[in-house]
Design a protein around this ligand. Sequence first.
Ligand SMILES: *Cc1c(COP(=O)(O)O)cnc(C)c1O
Length: 360
Amino acid sequence: MSRVYNFSAGPAVLPEDVLREMAQEMMDYRGCGMSVMEMSHRSKEFETILEQAKADLRELLGIPENYEVLFIQGGAHLQFAMVPMNLMKNRVADYIVTGQWAKKALSEAKLYGTANKIATSEDETFSYIPDCSDLPISENADYVHICENNTIYGTKFHTLPNTKGKPLVADVSSCFLSEPMDVSRYGLIYGGVQKNIGPAGMAIVIIRKDLISEETLEGTPTYLKYKIHADAGSLYNTPNCYCIYACGKVFEWLKRMGGLSAMKKINEEKAAVLYDFLDHSKLFHGTVRKEDRSLMNVPFVTGSKELDGRFVEEAKLAGLQNLKGHRSVGGMRASIYNAMPIQGVKALVAFMEKFEKENG
Ligand SMILES: *Cc1c(COP(=O)(O)O)cnc(C)c1O
């Protein structure tokens, strides 16, 4: 067996401990004679897996009692639609557009009502987070939406916007559980799990209970109502059982690592190794305003398309994989999620140093 350092933006690296535990339990989950993939979602065993996962997530994030935790299939994209379908009572919402994902969320919301772009950083290829301290929030906005960590561009909101009392809705797909969050500042938090938590195929939604209601936009399919999932405890239909099990393993791993404050420290150390190098390199440059940098996704360029391409190819041969930047920006991107060990980041920097010497 040989594992590479996988810098993929998602689906992405998972903790080796977690993969090993899942392999061990594959044929016979804790003496029940079958895999978690094969058991009823109504079984005692699975019920325990689900409840433990929810409890561990609540503990990790310090989720207050007045919030519901939901596991819903369909990834983050489905949330781009579920959010307006469930929350747009006045059919008005405000969106802050800091990248492609935020843009997609905005255009989906436009299918259901008036979705306003109240701020954007598109003028400089989304390389910064706009000042959101005094935005023209619509008087009757049902919510204000942000993409908290911009996976493609490598920016993060380090200060939440002033929503002037409107519920804040955040897509946290690529920064989920990378550091502590004050959940009480949000109306709804959602994220696809395949970036920082588990395998693809599911979103986690954390929603303030007063925002869950029977009333949704006309024509909303039953499955797309938060209330249905909340009332059924994420067991309205057959959930993505194996994904929930894997996420639960990652929650346990995070607890063993010391929780989210400890994780934040590790992530800061890891990101500093790469950013410090980028700040001093003559060949490689970061593409993002320093104060808005993400701890999770680090885009960088050489300034030459040809060198960028060669770097990605040669890095791959050296066991450093999936470093090609998103097709909309080019260059390189290293995603250094929770499960990427610091050794991986150091190996990347050592390789960059070598490449710089050979090509400088
Ligand atoms: C990856 C990503 C998405 C899309 O996730 P899917 O689960 O594929 O729908 C949405 N938002 C952000 C911030 C992402 O990083």
